[in-house]
Design a protein around this ligand. Structure first.
Ligand code: SF4
Ligand code: SF4
Ligand code: F3S
Length: 377
């Protein structure tokens, strides 16, 4: 089997096909610290792409509560049991990926959820680890009782498990942006893709008998607009853009490179699986780092320190202020004189946001209309 380089594992690994990185790769940063599980993202995706028959259970975007929420049930517990235990030593993963742990005669170590596993998308919602007595006050960070919300979509992996497993070669990764798609004409419904995806983000349509998945909203992305789930997020926890391929130096003016590769404040989800996922998460600061480390890898504690320094770090603060500030995909950014600027592919300014919102205090008495005004906004 060919050897490919996986920068998230810090080593080479076995993969079904030769290394073939796209010219540029779509990537997302999600900040669970700000997610309120309102599910606006879930519904905006559903209304756009999966409202038809056979798609009832499909949530290309879902938001689950950790530690007890899963969709499908137990997906990450199953993933870890398939891979077995592994350790990180100086940033190198010394365990088996889903490709390396594959049983004899199979391409990927996987499992196929059954109907009941797909039946409870809100399982474990708002359930904390630990029991809160009445009037409980939690003064310390990390908390000894916690939960957090995990928004999840397809990771448009660099080494997709779904693509490696499909015997029909019906799944492909686009050269121009790394988006992973199912070719509906080639697909014959074998469901090896669903079985192999470590994140369980390929869904079988029981009406059409072919599989479907998140398409990264490519019709919007091709127009320079961020995906539906990103722009509809009312918590402004998401940013989508492009990450520079791992064999090239990161660009510190590219928002995604800056967060993921330069400051390393956003980390991949279960990098141990080996698919090099391209949705990156800022670890929740209030959660026991031993839990988040098994989920996001060994960079968790440093990422939290960097995130907590945001209030004195104008460049990082400015970049976070640009989350949710525009529909356009930002290719570069700058922060100067208290204002964060976002630029499109041509370098033209598409948005600017002050780091501090100006405050206006109105007189409580309007002399023109002889009226008292409540300063409620
Ligand atoms: Fe394929 Fe799953 Fe990776 Fe998406 S998250 S590209 S469905 S392996
Ligand atoms: Fe749905 Fe588009 Fe978000 Fe994918 S990127 S989960 S298709 S809204
Ligand atoms: Fe292949 Fe999955 Fe279709 S394995 S044939 S893309 S159902």
């Amino acid at each position: 089997m060919p050897e490919v380089y996986n920068w998230q594992l810090g080593r080479n690994m076995e993969y079904q096909y030769e290394q073939n990185r796209p010219k540029r790769q779509v990537a997302y940063v999600f900040d669970p610290n700000k997610c309120i599980a309102c599910q606006t993202c879930t519904i905006s995706c559903k209304q756009t792409w999966t409202w038809g028959s056979g798609q009832e259970y499909m949530l290309w975007n879902n938001v689950e509560t950790k530690p007890y929420g899963f969709f499908p049930t137990g997906w990450d517990v199953m993933l870890q049991s398939l891979m077995g235990e592994g350790e990180w030593a100086n940033g190198v993963y010394e365990g088996q990926t889903v490709f390396e742990a594959a049983p004899e005669g199979e391409r990927v170590a996987g499992w196929l959820p059954d109907d009941r596993d797909w039946a409870y998308p809100n399982l474990g919602e708002d359930e904390p680890l630990g029991i809160a007595g009445q009037g409980t006050h939690i003064p310390d960070t990390p908390h000894d009782m916690w939960f957090y919300y995990m928004p999840r979509i397809c990771n448009h992996c660099t080494y997709p498990g779904c693509l490696a497993a499909c015997p029909r070669q019906a799944i492909y990764k686009r050269e121009e942006d790394g988006i992973v798609l199912v070719d509906q004409d080639r697909c014959r419904g074998y469901q090896e893709c669903t079985k192999a995806c470590p994140y369980k983000k390929v869904f079988f349509n029981t009406n059409t008998r072919v599989s479907e998945k998140c398409i990264a909203c490519y019709p919007k992305v091709e127009e320079g607009i961020q995906p539906q789930c990103v722009v509809s997020c009312i918590g402004r926890i998401r940013m989508m853009g492009y990450i520079t391929p791992a064999d090239e130096a990161p660009d510190p003016n590219n928002p995604l490179d800056y967060l993921i590769r330069v400051r390393q404040v956003a980390l991949p989800l279960y990098p141990q699986a080996g698919t090099e996922p391209n949705v990156y998460y800022i670890p929740p600061v209030h959660v026991d780092p031993s839990f988040t480390t098994q989920m996001f890898g060994p960079g968790v504690e440093d990422a939290i320190k960097t995130y907590q320094s945001t209030k004195t770090d104008e460049r990082l603060l400015g970049l976070f202020m640009l989350f949710g500030s525009t529909e356009r995909i930002l290719h570069s950014f700058d922060v100067r004189d208290g204002i964060a600027y976002g630029y499109d592919e041509k370098g033209e300014e598409v948005v600017n946001v002050p780091l501090e919102e100006p405050t206006f205090i109105r007189d409580y008495f309007d002399t023109v209309h002889e009226n008292y005004i409540l300063n409620v906004t």
